[in-house]
Design a binder for this molecule. Structure first.
Ligand code: SF4
Length: 148
């Protein structure tokens, strides 16, 4: 995935993860891709994404994805896809549908506590995201900085 390339599809629960993304992740590649998605959304250069329950461009750089040609080859596919489906259900979406990001992020920010309780069970990043530092709403925030 190269700089400037679009997002296209996103795992549904990543629409939530991006709101509190603080430059942490499973590998430098994962962080690089999540930062690219975070910047594209923060800058408004992506208006909508297709919400899925399988590997997305961020996952393609994750060490837990066994085969980039197989979107269901995440080592933790069952639990991660279940998180996606809980997000899809909580947001009233249908898997594979295009989602308007401005609207979706408004809901995620306003209902974050409730969504975390419904969606995030089992995620190792709960201690960070539950601080509710909404980095997308911080114009000066840079997930790549050492202070992030
Ligand atoms: S706790 Fe995990 S699933 Fe929930 S928003 Fe944070 S990174 Fe995403």
């Amino acid at each position: 995935m190269s700089e400037g390339e679009g997002i296209g599809a996103l795992r549904a629960h990543h629409v939530m993860c991006v709101t509190t993304f603080a430059g942490k992740g499973y590998s430098t590649g994962f962080v690089r891709e999540m930062t690219r998605v975070w910047r594209a959304i923060r800058d408004g250069s992506v208006a909508q994404v297709l919400v899925t329950a399988e590997a997305d461009p961020v996952c393609h750089a994750c060490p837990h994805l066994r085969d980039v040609e197989n979107p269901e080859s995440c080592r933790f596919q069952a639990s991660v896809a279940s998180r996606d489906r809980r997000m899809i259900e909580a947001m009233g979406w249908t898997e594979g549908q295009p989602v308007d990001l401005v609207q979706a992020l408004e809901v995620v920010h306003e209902s974050h506590t409730d969504l975390m309780a419904r969606v995030c069970t089992g995620c190792e990043w709960v201690p960070i995201c539950s601080r509710q530092r909404f980095t997308l709403r911080e114009p000066a925030f840079d997930p790549g900085s050492p202070e992030a």
